[in-house]
Design a protein around this ligand. Structure first.
Ligand SMILES: Nc1ncnc2c1ncn2[C@@H]1O[C@H](COP(=O)(O)OP(=O)(O)OP(=O)(O)O)[C@@H](O)[C@H]1O
Ligand SMILES: [Mg+2]
Length: 333
């Protein structure tokens, strides 16, 4: 194994205007400006091996996108060192661009008015992809997704899901060593999320591409990442296997329940009945996180049976979702 990304003590500060309130304040701002410094990334170090899929996680504003922008050469770090495939990204931007691919979930990198196949041809020229290699990549794509209906569609006529799919295919087209995906499944329906995950997984396996992925969807993490890095307020909280993280919460289990009535409304009532427990609901289940060192599952269930008509139940290990939620709330002890 060899390191493809090395980050040492990297920080990024932004100088932002301290805005004063009201009209008077705005007028004052015009004449004398009062700046403050925001430390978006604070002394982060990590080494990533070729072929890894790393989940780069953290709550809103944690500094994930800022880190990705530094790794892709869009931003220069305030201090510290970054090497991506041996390049200093912000110094060797052209060289770095040859060896990486980038997808930002919120906006497309493709040519809006052009059919996808035209975008591919432009990328083929830019990256000087030889004909044979280009054909073999298209062949691989055809085996992984149904791309024919997409190829001749202008990007602006695509649905969000089709566009994301196209963006990912475009990012992998020149066979980069590393692909950065910043929230690739944002706004997508369940079926499309699953297709995107399968695609990313297959491309990583086929080409041994390193993937750095940021997401707020723990389904992405479960499907793709063995290693996760968690940051908050710019600082590193955790860097290890997801399994290792779950072992911190060995005494926790998730009690999943189905009951009569709307799940969201019922979950609120369950929460009232069980103050101090973490209760949530998805499309299928109401979940109650139980720390068995503090409460017995049977006692919790007994208590709920008095007030609710429980139709079905399941007991599961703590979910990735719950683990990450607890880390965001409490940190790693
Ligand atoms: N260009 C900028 N100028 C000033 N502050 C910025 C700039 N870009 C980011 N920040 C600040 O840096 C911090 C980290 O932002 P960043 O976008 O990296 O977070 P994130 O982890 O990607 O969050 P999210 O999950 O919401 O996408 C935030 O406080 C943000 O306001
Ligand atoms: Mg972000």
């Amino acid at each position: 194994m060899s390191a493809i990304i090395e980050i040492k003590n990297v920080s990024k500060e932004f100088r932002v205007l301290n805005r004063r309130e009201g009209l008077k304040g705005s007028l004052k701002d015009l004449f004398s400006r009062d700046y403050k410094t925001v430390r978006a990334v604070d002394n982060i170090s990590m080494t990533i091996q070729q072929g890894e899929i790393v989940g780069y996680l953290g709550p809103n504003g944690a500094g994930k996108s800022t880190t990705i922008k530094m790794m892709t050469g869009v931003l220069e770090p305030t201090s510290g060192e970054i090497l991506v495939g041996g390049n200093v990204p912000y110094k060797n931007r052209t060289k770095n661009a040859q060896e990486i691919g980038v997808v930002f979930g919120q906006r497309s990198q493709l040519w809006w008015a052009l059919p996808l196949v035209e975008s591919f041809r432009i990328l083929k020229d830019i990256y000087q992809i030889p004909d044979e290699k280009y054909e073999s990549i298209l062949k691989l794509y055809r085996s992984l997704v149904d791309i024919e209906p997409l190829l001749h569609k202008p990007v602006r006529q695509m649905s969000l899901g089709q566009r994301t799919l196209s963006d990912i295919l475009a990012a992998f087209l020149h066979d980069p060593k590393t692909v950065f995906l910043d929230e690739p499944t944002i706004g997508l329906d369940v079926a499309m999320k699953s297709r995107i995950r399968t695609l990313i997984h297959a491309l990583n396996k086929e080409r041994n591409t390193t993937v750095i992925l940021t997401t707020h969807d723990m389904g992405d993490v479960d499907a793709l990442c063995r290693r996760i890095v968690i940051i908050d307020k710019g600082r590193m909280l955790y860097d290890n296997d997801i399994g290792h993280l779950k072992s911190f919460f060995g005494s926790y289990r998730t009690l999943k329940l189905r009951m009569d009535g709307g799940l969201k409304e019922q979950a609120k009532l369950v929460q009232k009945e069980l103050p101090g427990f973490s209760v949530s609901a998805d499309d299928e289940w109401i979940s109650v996180l139980v720390d068995e060192e503090k409460a017995k599952i049977m006692d919790v269930l007994g208590k709920l049976q008095h007030s609710f008509n429980i139709r079905d139940m399941q007991l599961e290990e703590i979910s990735t979702e719950d683990v990450i939620k607890k880390i965001y709330e409490e940190g790693v002890q």
